[in-house]
Ligand binder design. Structure first.
Ligand SMILES: [Fe+2]
Length: 467
């Protein structure tokens, strides 16, 4: 018998746990599904199986990874969801209660899981090298069977990777390569970043260790055709401070932001560092080469409340907490190592995506969510057309919107020719819907809505795999 979940902002409302695994062969569709939308949309997000341990403060990022699988075929949508069977899930399910402290905190964990692998596998689900992989950024991947979502097991590239893998690998569709990195790659509080490349078949072909200016944490990074960029934001980890009883992680804006640039054809020895004023970002839109510069479109803020400052206070709204769309220019061929910035829009933004086939190359179209920014819940879908310089919006207060994911009409369709899929929470019915938009005409509203029989907890990232 499990216990009730406590009243916590991330355990109630749109993020409350669902508690169920389902198979729905044929969802009810309102509107008309496009006949050329065929493939599978996978999405990951936290869905805690058990309430946190007594006296432990919950965090959204701690919930057990639950994969949603929507298969589009012949005008129908079949839906399935399954928890990822991590070691954490298996141990806690056997015990019938939470054993790990929130975010793996050993001080709050049951002694029975001392030394056990903490993996939530709850952040992204990606397809590469004929493998479906659930990712969090704190550890290795978990491989899943793509039709049944059965957990195959941990995946670490044949034992070659034993540290964290980012939840935001980048895909170069020309080479078929997956480029990824790992934070604190030589253990907790380490300033080293690990950079890897897997070839189109999923074989590890590059493994580099980069020394950053200080131990930090970045959720995302940037890859172009020629370069890899490692952002180091001033969210600083300190082992000395932690041992002295202080906070392990602090927002130290005086340290500034730093960007390590490595040629993709080069090595850690070729990394150059480029600096700017303090910034914070969860997600970039895309990065590309332009002459001797690297351009990065990014949802970024000037400060974060992800950790307190050294004096124990939190950054204030005056410090610039709302992420807005900006373009950073790194002058790789220049004589100065500063990074310039241009603000592109003033609406708070998150969960930016492009047509994935153009990742690492100059893109035209981007989609993201914006508007009200309360605990990362947004109610506007936004489309930016970089060629025409236009921004279009859709949405009202009825829906809370998740990440928009682009599905091309076909593998050879031009950029942006296809659909945007988005899991939305309908607050008027307290149920979820999967919305389908024509990608370049979102103002029209969804052309089809697949109705879910329950509320899927608000989650993170997903992937379209065409038929
Ligand atoms: Fe993310």
């Amino acid at each position: 018998m499990t216990q009730p979940f406590p009243q916590h902002a991330f355990l109630t409302g749109p993020t409350a746990p669902s508690g169920v695994e389902c198979d729905a062969p044929d969802l009810i569709i309102e509107g008309e599904l496009p006949a050329d939308l065929n493939g599978v949309y996978f999405r990951n997000g936290p869905d805690p199986l058990y309430p946190p341990r007594e006296g432990d403060e919950y965090h959204w990022f701690h919930g057990d990874g639950m994969i949603q699988r929507f298969e589009f075929s012949g005008g129908r949508v079949a839906w399935k969801n399954r928890w990822v069977r991590t070691e954490k899930y298996a141990l806690e399910r056997a015990a019938g209660r939470s054993l790990f402290g929130v975010l793996g905190n050993p001080m709050k964990s049951d002694p029975s899981v001392a030394g056990e692998h903490y993996n939530t596998a709850n952040t992204h689900v990606v397809w590469h090298g004929n493998r479906l992989m659930a990712l969090m950024e704190g550890t290795i991947a978990v491989e899943l069977e793509p039709k049944t979502l059965a957990t195959i097991g941990n995946f670490n590239y044949g034992g070659k990777i034993n540290g964290p893998i980012t939840a935001h690998p980048k895909f170069d569709h020309a080479s078929g390569e997956m480029v990824f990195f790992g934070n604190q790659a030589k253990g907790p509080f380490s300033e080293f970043l690990r950079m890897n490349v897997a070839d189109r078949d999923g074989n590890l072909i590059k493994d580099e260790m980069i020394e950053a200016p200080f131990p930090s944490f970045a959720h995302d990074f940037f890859v172009t055709e020629k370069y890899v960029v490692f952002p180091v934001y001033p969210l600083v980890f300190s082992l000395e401070r932690a041992i002295a009883g202080g906070i392990p992680m602090a927002w130290e804006p005086e340290r500034g932001a730093h960007f390590g640039v490595m040629p993709r054809a080069g090595s850690a020895a070729d990394v150059t560092w480029h600096n700017m004023d303090p910034r914070w970002s969860f997600h970039m839109v895309n990065a590309w080469d332009e002459g001797d510069t690297i351009k990065v479109d990014v949802c970024a803020s000037n400060a974060t409340r992800f950790a307190p400052k050294l004096d124990g206070t939190m950054a204030s709204a005056d410090d610039g907490l709302s992420p807005v769309l900006r373009r950073w220019t790194i002058d790789v061929g220049g004589t100065t190592n500063t990074v310039s910035e241009e603000q592109l829009d003033d609406m708070p933004c998150e969960f930016p995506r492009t047509d994935d086939r153009f990742m690492t190359r100059a893109h035209r179209h981007a989609w993201l969510v914006g508007g009200a920014d309360a605990q990362l819940m947004f109610n506007r879908l936004v489309h930016f057309d970089k060629l025409t310089g236009t921004r279009t919006l859709w949405g009202d207060d009825r829906y809370l919107l998740g990440e928009p994911v682009f599905a091309p009409r076909s593998a050879s369709a031009p950029e942006g020719d296809g659909y945007v899929l988005m899991l939305a929470y309908d607050q008027s019915t307290a149920l979820s819907q999967l919305l389908v938009f024509v990608a370049t005409d979102i103002e029209r509203g969804p052309v089809a809505r697949a109705l879910l029989p329950l509320r899927i907890p608000a989650g993170f990232h997903g992937t379209w795999v065409g038929a």
